[in-house]
Design a protein around this ligand. Sequence first.
Ligand code: FE
Length: 163
Amino acid sequence: MAFLFQKKEHPLFSYTRVRRYSSNLFEDANRRYIVSIRNHVELMDGLKAFCEHLGIRCGQVTGIGAASKATFRMYDPATKQYVDKTFEEQMEITNITGNISEKDREVYLHVHATCSRADYSCIGGHLLSARINGACELLVDSFGDTTANRRPDDETGLNLYEF
Ligand code: FE
């Protein structure tokens, strides 16, 4: 069965599936992948392409890496306005934490990240984009055929879960 778990290649990433030994079909539907986003690829593009490639519509992602440019977004609930800020410098991505869901039948990523700068201080927030410069190593958990849809919420102005 080893051939099932071989490393897979894609223009934006490569990946392998974490081996699990279980006779429980429900457990087996929840798959875990080790993903390497290729150098110079935009992280969110690569992650979205990975989810589309494997049909992942519900899951979670964690990771680390390095980037030469990152854009964070701050949402002000009082004005319902977004403020985006781009940092163009070499940074360690000290943490990526996010979830994978669906909106309008499309993959919807909600990712937060913390990046450390050359002086070891950290910046972070809701991640819009990050240009990988070095490496980007992710762990993606797919929750099988679980569905988690989103739709716009009038009160907050955000795309919230609809269960
Ligand atoms: Fe957010």
